[in-house]
Ligand binder design. Structure first.
Ligand SMILES: [Zn+2]
Length: 67
């Protein structure tokens, strides 16, 4: 993978440098978002990207939860 491309922290699609949003958390973790949609889903809605078909992290058939 090129140094100029980072995977989106939410949908895992490549984010070219100069596009999208870089977010640094207080603990120093760097997050990359390809779009405001991903940022909102991660930051505001705190959604699990594995539950959404439009992300590359989607798990087919849904996540099997342990009881
Ligand atoms: Zn994204």
């Amino acid at each position: 993978m090129s140094l100029l491309v980072k995977p989106c922290s939410f949908c895992d699609r490549p984010v070219a440098k100069g596009t999208g949003t870089m977010f640094v958390k207080n603990d120093g973790t760097v997050l990359w978002f390809c779009s405001a949609k991903c940022k909102k889903n991660y930051m505001t809605l705190k959604r699990d990207p594995r539950k959404f078909k439009w992300t590359n992290k989607y798990v087919k058939g849904g996540i099997k939860q342990k009881k």
